[in-house]
Ligand binder design. Structure first.
Ligand code: NAD
Length: 257
């Protein structure tokens, strides 16, 4: 299938081959989209370069999402090299490790600020940069990644849950603000997957086990299942879907006990 040929995407949040953003990038590239991949800091450059070798002429760009200057430079490069943008994948999240291991009431002001900045505000900043280029092409599609911890309490998810609640609300406000330019904004709420970010959450393997035991499908999800849903939500098949949080979690969210 090459029905995304001639489309351009920017994918943030790739740390290694287990990153959810990488699964989405592969699905987009397989359908013909050309991609820009960002990396956070020099220590991740080599990983991203290695993965990028599997793609067709990708751009590889540094971007720490806490820096407005780096975000602006990413879009200047995209404009120069691609001349436009159709898709944005927002896959960045971070909270200081100590915030994910102690009682929530001990959340520090600085930990809260960092978690909300990197995990939620960055969607707004990245969308603002992407929107003019998308609008110039008649529309576009933005996708972020969230977790059920936005709505329900998961032990130790703590301030990340608060950040995901802000992120999900931002999806709805952005969808309304950018909808008139035919730019859609959605999120995938993924079930737990062993990734670098997940390794920061104490007791994460216990969460995986609970999903295996209690989700309707009685299993954990595969990263490529998120990749495929991501491609769907970005691509033309989902043209009437915006402001939505799509659960890709083997049905776990539907359960009471
Ligand atoms: P990951 O560690 O592979 O990806 C997180 C990415 O965030 C990394 O690439 C990291 O470099 C980037 N990042 C952190 N701080 C940054 C900064 N200041 N600037 C730029 N980039 C920064 O882990 P992942 O699990 O693939 O996470 C991707 C998204 O999926 C996150 O939003 C995460 O919360 C979400 N998510 C993960 C799970 C899971 O179980 N793994 C479940 C639901 C949602």
């Amino acid at each position: 299938m090459i029905h995304l040929a001639g489309k351009f995407g920017l994918v943030t949040g790739i740390a290694n081959k287990r990153s959810i953003s990488w699964a989405i990038a592969k699905a987009l590239a397989r359908d013909g989209a050309r991609l820009g991949l960002t990396y956070q800091g020099e220590r991740l450059l080599e990983n991203v370069q290695e993965l990028a070798a599997e793609l067709d002429r990708p751009l590889i760009l540094p971007c720490d999402v806490t820096s407005d200057e780096q975000i602006a430079e990413v879009y200047r490069t995209i404009e120069r090299e691609f001349g436009g943008l159709d898709y944005l994948v927002h896959g960045t999240a971070f909270a200081p490790r100590e915030e994910l291991a102690r009682p929530f009431v001990e959340t520090s002001r600085e930990g809260f600020r960092v978690a909300l900045d990197v995990s939620a505000y960055s969607l707004i900043a990245l969308s603002r940069g992407a929107a003019p280029m998308m609008a110039a092409r008649g529309g576009g599609s933005i996708l972020t990644l969230t977790y059920l911890g936005a709505e329900r309490v998961f032990t130790n998810y703590n301030v990340m849950g608060v950040a995901k609640a802000a992120l999900e609300s931002s999806v709805r406000y952005l969808a309304d603000g950018l909808g008139p330019q035919n730019i859609r904004v959605n999120a995938i709420s993924a079930g737990p997957i062993k990734t670098l970010a997940a390794s920061g959450i104490s007791g994460f393997s216990g969460i995986l086990q609970v999903y295996r035991d209690r989700s309707p499908l009685r299993r954990n999800i595969d990263i490529d299942e998120v990749g495929e849903t991501g491609r769907f939500l970005l691509g033309p098949e989902s043209s009437a879907i915006t402001g939505e949080i799509v659960m890709v979690d083997a049905g776990y969210h539907a359960m009471g006990m």
